[in-house]
Design a protein around this ligand. Sequence first.
Ligand SMILES: Cc1cc2nc3c(=O)[nH]c(=O)nc-3n(C[C@H](O)[C@H](O)[C@H](O)COP(=O)(O)OP(=O)(O)OC[C@H]3O[C@@H](n4cnc5c(N)ncnc54)[C@H](O)[C@@H]3O)c2cc1C
Length: 318
Amino acid sequence: MSDIAERLAEAIGEIHVLTGSAISDDYTHDEALTATAAQPDIVVRPGSTADVSAILALADEAGIPVTARGSGTGLSGACIPEHGGIVVSFERMNAILEIDTENHMAVVQPGVTLQQLDEVTAAHGLVYPVFPGESSASLGGNVATNAGGMRAVKYGVTRQHVVGLEAVLASGEVIRTGGKFVKATTGYDLTQLVVGSEGTLALVTEAILRLYPRPAYAATVLAPFASLDGVTAAVPKIVASGIGPLLVEYIDFITMDAIARNYGWMTPPLRLAVRSCRSILPAATSGPSPGNPGRAPGCSSSAGFAGCPRSKRCRWTT
Ligand SMILES: Cc1cc2nc3c(=O)[nH]c(=O)nc-3n(C[C@H](O)[C@H](O)[C@H](O)COP(=O)(O)OP(=O)(O)OC[C@H]3O[C@@H](n4cnc5c(N)ncnc54)[C@H](O)[C@@H]3O)c2cc1C
């Protein structure tokens, strides 16, 4: 293995190849509570697609297992190197290569985090809508896991927003799939084959993502329910109402109590709601959207969000 480490150091630079005690504990686990941590033999931090290609070609030649790593926020232990070998960490490949404001597309390297992309798209009045609960997650990790999250009820999951990829096969060969267009009807859809493949088919080195106009308004309603049946009956009614919820989540009253205490939100109405109900259904909506004034559930303003003087001050905005 030391021979391989030396060859990797020659290929991508000594300071980006870690072995032994130089490998921090961070590379041995993700956020999974039950998965067993495992130490890789080597951690490499490529800075380019050519680096990734060189790493995979060397590993292929030597028969060494490779595990890709984004931000390590996964909840299933998928980036844990349970067979040792090489961990390819994408932390250095974190450039936003392009925000195409005419075609509403972003071209990103895999180490870009959701937070990073959100800050840059916000400046253009655009949004990448997938939010799998953790803004430090990388786009490479999101693509590899087909990340979903709370906004899937309105926008769908990662798969619906990836139109092209650059990726490196196990042999080191670099491929390109899809492109900066939404209408592609012929041939195999290799982009969608790679999305969700968790690093088993290829390592993603670039992703082309769809962007959308950033909603001007957002508000969240917390609705207390006395029973779980009440919650489940309410969800289809919210969806069928046409309000187009951004998210609809279920929170049991013990969790809501803990959240409200932790954030100092325990106002008298919320205290009463938490004590008297079994569960709470937060529903967020955003707007305006075409053909819909974007009124929040329960909002009495006839003008909808756009004209409602309270909507922008809503405490529970997302
Ligand atoms: C509080 C919290 C809430 C969460 N909620 C959700 C949720 O609602 N929905 C959801 O889907 N997820 C959720 N997650 C999980 C996590 O955020 C996602 O799985 C995320 O997509 C992982 O991204 P990552 O960069 O951390 O990837 P990692 O955890 O580093 O890796 C995940 C997988 O992707 C592979 N991978 C990483 N980068 C690449 C690459 N460039 N090329 C090929 N393969 C690669 C890894 O090998 C591994 O198999 C949550 C996590 C936390 C901590």
